[in-house]
Design a protein around this ligand. Structure first.
Ligand code: GUN
Length: 293
């Protein structure tokens, strides 16, 4: 089999267009604030993309750039000020934060009504309880791509490799909401290849370049690769590098029915889902019905 590549870029562009078309239905223009601490190059690229796409969606973008040696109090004060700012509907603190900062305490400072990353205890609790709330962006994007490829996901076995707070755990609950049978695998799972071979939907979110091989994939399965890893690419010249996922893409294509490329798969969906959450948070804060997007 030669897997069909899932076009995350096109899917994200469609979602962003739908969001942009709903922005003008709100009483006030939605605002998304991003807090970036330090100068990690990958985070700077993410933030630049977020700012551009926020503007393109017709929303206000607010950036708070703090130095790498910013104190815990400075970051907490920055978030507290954004909580108070009525023009800001969504707050995202770019992760990872420099190691001297207490990430959990900073996330806890975000007003749950503005938690567009879905990372506060309130948002996580709402998801756990199956109640409405702001859902984490990357796992939401994974569900959307899987539904785009397969349609109804009921009864499918979804194996998630990785148990992070940002992706693995919330993805498990979101696929459960789609009536999947869900298994979470991790570094201590015994016979991971065999478990992966039982997956109709395989979510790779381990952060290890090309770890998941073609022989681990059930023929026809839908493979969603969340990994973004930079590896050396000597074929492109000395010192060159390229981005790869957690799945060995060339190898996996032989068995998979559908597969997301890296880059151009899950990545663009994350920002589109962030804009969607900002629209939903803005509607809720402005007392109007949530637009369907
Ligand atoms: N860094 C990489 N991905 C994400 C994300 O989805 N949210 C935040 N806050 N930081 C990130």
């Amino acid at each position: 089999m030669n897997a069909k590549s899932i076009d995350g870029k096109a899917c994200a562009a469609k979602l962003r267009a739908s969001i942009a078309s709903k922005v003008s239905t709100l009483p006030r223009q939605p605002g998304l604030a991003v807090v970036l601490v330090g100068d990690d190059p990958a985070s700077q690229v993410y933030v630049r993309n977020k700012v551009r796409q926020t503007h393109e969606a017709g929303m206000i973008s607010v950036e708070r750039l703090l130095p790498a040696d910013a104190s815990q109090q400075q970051v907490l004060d920055t978030v507290a000020a954004l909580n108070q700012d009525n023009a800001v509907d969504g707050i995202l603190v770019q992760l990872p934060l420099p190691p001297h900062l207490d990430e959990a305490a900073i996330i806890a400072q975000i007003d749950p009504a503005k938690d567009v990353d879905g990372l506060t205890t309130t948002s996580a609790g709402q998801l756990f309880l199956g109640k409405p709330g702001l859902r984490p962006c990357t796992p939401t994007g994974c569900v959307m791509l899987a539904k785009d490829a397969l349609g109804d996901l009921s009864g499918k076995h979804c194996v998630i490799v990785g148990r992070s707070i940002l992706v693995g755990k919330p993805a498990a609950l979101l696929f459960l909401e789609e009536n999947c049978t869900v298994t979470i695998a991790h570094s201590r799972t015994t016979d991971l290849p065999e478990l992966c071979r039982s997956a109709d939907i395989l979510i790779a979110a381990v952060g290890r370049a090309q770890m998941i091989k073609g022989s681990w994939i059930k023929p026809g399965a839908c493979v969603i690769d969340v990994g973004i890893n930079r590896i050396a690419a000597p074929e492109k010249g000395e010192g060159a590098s390229r981005l790869v996922g957690d799945v060995d893409f060339e190898d996996a294509q032989e068995n998979a029915g559908f597969i997301t490329p890296v880059p151009g798969g899950v990545g663009p969906m994350t920002i589109a889902c962030l804009l969607r959450n900002t629209l939903l948070a803005a509607a809720c804060r402005q007392g109007v019905e949530a637009p369907s997007v």
